[in-house]
Write a protein that binds this ligand. Structure first.
Ligand SMILES: Cc1cc2nc3c(=O)[nH]c(=O)nc-3n(C[C@H](O)[C@H](O)[C@H](O)COP(=O)(O)OP(=O)(O)OC[C@H]3O[C@@H](n4cnc5c(N)ncnc54)[C@H](O)[C@@H]3O)c2cc1C
Length: 418
């Protein structure tokens, strides 16, 4: 079989790892310039690997397979040094959160750190490159996939493939859009978007919980009826901007060696609307663009929690200094860009969390916006025999381990049917 894999990220890695010794020809098309490029693969920032049945994606993945893939990544680090921990195995913590209305999410995690990830990706690539049946074509931004008879073609090439496996992550939404134009029957669901903020507090407020579990993940049904969740906790971490084609959002990460004095985590409100609404990406992008319009091109809004709560523009900061460079934010008022129901849901979350972690609602804690997590359309992998979607672009995954496992399982399925 001759297989084209489009994109070289976590999902492609899982797919190739399972397929590499099976004798099939694999051609990888990757839009980035080379393996060193900063835009290649989603496994470039932070590198927190989770083993959990409660988060990471909307599919069942056996915990043993998840752990096997975590070990695969750790084996590709230089000295196998990782930070590890478990969320909510301590029943005292579980009860403390539960009694205030939170739903604690259990997971084991392994933190590689942004600084180690480059090496991991490079080592995996070097291993794959040694296989004669695997070839890499960089600087190949695939615009279209066409099916003719029982063969597949990428871009306008004459080269025919028996199967095309699309693994382009979220950054490949243009290619997915072009495929869906010809195959709208593949769309199963598209109504969800997570909208919120990145919250930054001094380490000492969350020291105890950071030591206990590093990553605390909780869900909370707020008084507005919306579900709110904490996401991507970064002890001693950094808040950064994330660039999309035509807007900028916030994100956070932590490094293994270089540490800050602050902890940051996202607080996200899940918006799931019903018909005739069918454009969650449009909705989220408009709010992001409105925030950028207020902040100035390429910038995000930063506000103290007290001002965020009382809808006042922040003009000065007090005790806590932001980890984001000053050139990337403007002090402002997020209330001018976010709908009230979302703001109220976030405030309710923070005030209730303050009952479990005193100090979380200090007035001078920092709020950055917008933070947005888009969900890709859920795509039907059963409809077309020779065109498959794996990882985040398929809508089934949202994490490194789930995306890698999805690729791995897709390879097994193809081998079974072969
Ligand atoms: C800032 C940030 C931090 C994150 N931190 C974590 C974390 O700590 N832990 C975690 O579990 N998850 C994390 N995630 C999520 C995680 O990175 C993704 O869930 C995961 O990488 C998805 O894997 P994927 O293979 O589907 O896509 P990706 O890993 O994004 O790979 C897609 C690849 O396809 C290429 N591509 C895109 N379009 C085309 C095209 N048209 N033609 C050719 N190539 C194309 C891209 O260049 C890229 O290399 C983070 C995400 C971000 C943005």
């Amino acid at each position: 079989m001759k297989i084209a894999v489009i994109g070289f990220g976590a999902a492609a890695i899982g797919f190739i790892e399972r397929m590499k010794t099976e004798g099939h020809e694999i051609v990888v098309f990757e839009k980035s310039k080379d393996i060193y490029s900063s835009s290649i693969s989603g496994i470039r920032a932070d590198g927190k690997l989770f083993v959990s049945s409660e988060m990471g994606g909307d599919m069942h993945i056996d915990l043993a397979l998840q752990k096997k893939l975590v070990d695969f990544y750790i084996d590709n680090t230089e000295d196998k040094q990782v930070e590890t921990g478990q969320s909510f195995t301590n029943s005292n913590y579980f009860k403390k959160f539960y009694e205030k209305g939170f739903l604690p999410v259990s997971s084991d995690f392994y933190h590689l750190g942004t600084d180690q990830l480059k090496m991991v990706l490079y080592n995996i690539y070097e291993n794959f490159k040694n296989f004669k049946n695997i070839s890499f074509r960089f600087e190949e931004n695939i615009q279209s996939v066409n099916i003719k008879d029982d063969k597949c073609y990428v871009n306008e090439y004459d080269e025919a493939f028996d199967k095309v496996v699309v693994a382009v992550g979220r950054s490949g939404h243009k290619l997915i859009g072009s495929i869906l134009k010809n195959h709208p029957e593949l769309i199963l669901d598209n109504t969800k978007v997570d909208l919120g903020i990145r919250y930054e507090v001094p380490n000492h407020i969350v020291d105890e919980i950071n030591k206990e579990m590093y990553e605390f993940k909780v869900k909370y049904k707020s008084k507005t009826g919306y579900m709110v969740r904490s996401f991507c906790n970064n002890p001693s971490g950094f808040v950064v901007t994330e660039n999309y084609d035509d807007f900028v959002t916030v994100n956070g990460h932590a490094k293994m060696k270089d540490k800050s004095r602050n902890t940051n985590f996202a607080i996200l409100v899940t918006i799931q609307l019903t018909e005739p609404f069918n454009n969650p990406i449009g909705y989220g992008s408009h709010i992001a663009k409105l925030s950028n319009l207020l902040a100035g091109k390429g910038k995000v809004i930063l506000q103290t929690y007290d001002h965020f709560k009382n809808s006042k523009r922040t003009k000065n900061l007090y005790r806590i200094q932001p980890t984001m460079p000053e050139s990337q934010y403007i002090l402002g008022d997020i209330n001018l860009a976010f709908p009230r129901r979302i703001i109220e849901s976030i405030i309710d979350f923070i005030e209730t969390l303050n009952e479990v972690i005193p100090g979380i609602a200090y007035p001078d804690n920092l709020v950055y916006a917008p933070e947005i997590k888009f969900y890709s359309n859920l795509l039907d992998n059963e409809k077309l025999l020779n065109l498959k979607f794996i990882g985040d672009c398929s809508g089934y995954t949202r994490s490194i381990i789930y995306a890698t496992a999805h690729g791995y399982l897709m390879a097994e399925e193809i081998l079974k049917k072969d």
